[in-house]
Design a protein around this ligand. Structure first.
Ligand code: PEP
Ligand code: MN
Length: 337
């Protein structure tokens, strides 16, 4: 962090600011000029809020030379993080495919889709039991019954479950019933929820907020990691832009950007990104080519009758063909599915 002082700040004032900054636990290296002086702060500046320093009338500006996140930062953890879920990994050489319906609708539906995606080579089963819907009149999910049905499907297929948690009140239940807890786009900055998830020992799939920057996503991961839970998987699921043809705009550049900034695995959700089932195939291929560690794809046995997101769900036969194509692309980038 670099503190730029106002021109002609007195030596006395510089001494005073230096003392205040040192009290925050950093070393201060001053560069004193005739017109302008700057103070270079060395040490852990992640806990320093620049706005406090900027409140000093002698300070012109504070500049970050390092990202404000630490635990998620590749600088302090150069190796890729690999998350192991009952022997299924996310973040290693093998690309993780998470597939299943948007929502668990009934016993037959989730059992059938789980069976189909397993046959095609998916390594995780997704399915929402608690649904964050824009309208309170839309299907809200089967809730606790949905979690039970997911576990029945898991017992038959062996596929670990990825499902969304909305309220801190349900954390204990989710620790027991889910293998990866999903935090949806709408809750990416629900800091109280993130803090609670920092206290548990369970992988978290953290989706990028509707209009969140990459740094904000990483800071949300930092909330979970700062509490002690370092098993965070990041998910790019499209962001809001001026474009309305697609439901959201898939930010493919987020993958190499996050890979450079962080050691955490990154997966792409082509379904919520585009909001169109026929775009899932090309976007999934692009995701693998750009270096994503996995995909989370909505698959439904009868999309026209789906209670949620049928327009963006692919049928099992389309998913089967896609998995074959993805194997080829994964091979071309030195990975496997
Ligand atoms: C979902 O995955 O079912 C979902 C609601 O996604 P998002 O939070 O990305 O909208
Ligand atoms: Mn959905």
């Amino acid at each position: 962090m670099v503190v730029i002082l106002k021109p002609k700040t007195s030596n006395e004032a510089i001494k005073k600011i230096t003392g205040e900054l040192e009290a925050l636990g950093v070393t201060v290296n001053p560069v004193i000029g005739t017109e302008m002086s700057i103070l270079g702060l060395v040490g852990d500046t992640t806990r320093i809020d620049p706005s406090y320093i900027e409140a000093n009338p002698n300070v012109e500006r504070v500049m970050h030379v390092q990202e404000p996140f630490k635990k998620a930062n590749r600088l302090f953890h150069p190796e890729n993080t690999v998350i192991d879920v009952n022997g299924h990994t996310i973040g290693g050489n093998k690309i993780a495919v998470i597939a299943g319906p948007c929502s668990v609708e009934n016993k037959e539906q989730i059992a059938l889709v789980a069976d189909e995606v397993k046959k095609c080579g998916a390594s995780f089963l997704r399915g929402g039991a608690f649904k964050p819907r824009t309208s309170p009149y839309s299907f809200q999910g089967l809730k606790y019954e949905g979690l039970e049905l997911l576990n029945e499907a898991k017992a038959k297929t062996g596929l670990p479950i990825v499902t969304e948690l909305m309220s801190p009140y349900d954390i204990e239940t989710f620790v027991e019933k889910a293998d990866i807890i999903q935090v949806g786009a709408r809750n990416m900055q629900n800091f109280d929820l993130l803090k609670e998830l920092g206290k548990i020992n369970k992988p978290i799939l953290l989706k990028r907020g509707l209009s969140a920057t990459i740094e904000e996503l990483l800071m949300s991961a930092e909330y979970i990691m700062a509490g002690g839970n370092e098993q965070v998987i990041l998910c790019e699921r499209g962001i809001r832009t001026f474009e309305t043809y697609t439901r959201n705009t898939l930010d493919l550049s987020a993958v190499p950007a996050i890979k450079k900034l962080s050691h955490l695995p990154v997966v792409i959700d082509p379904s919520h990104s585009a909001g169109k089932w026929w775009m899932v195939e090309p976007l999934s291929k692009a995701a693998i080519a750009v270096g994503a560690d996995g995909l989370i794809i909505e698959v439904h046995n009868d999309p026209q009758k789906a209670l949620c997101d049928g327009q963006q769900s692919i049928k099992p036969d389309v998913f089967a063909k896609l998995m074959e194509d993805l194997k080829v692309i994964a091979g071309a980038v030195g990975r496997e599915i």
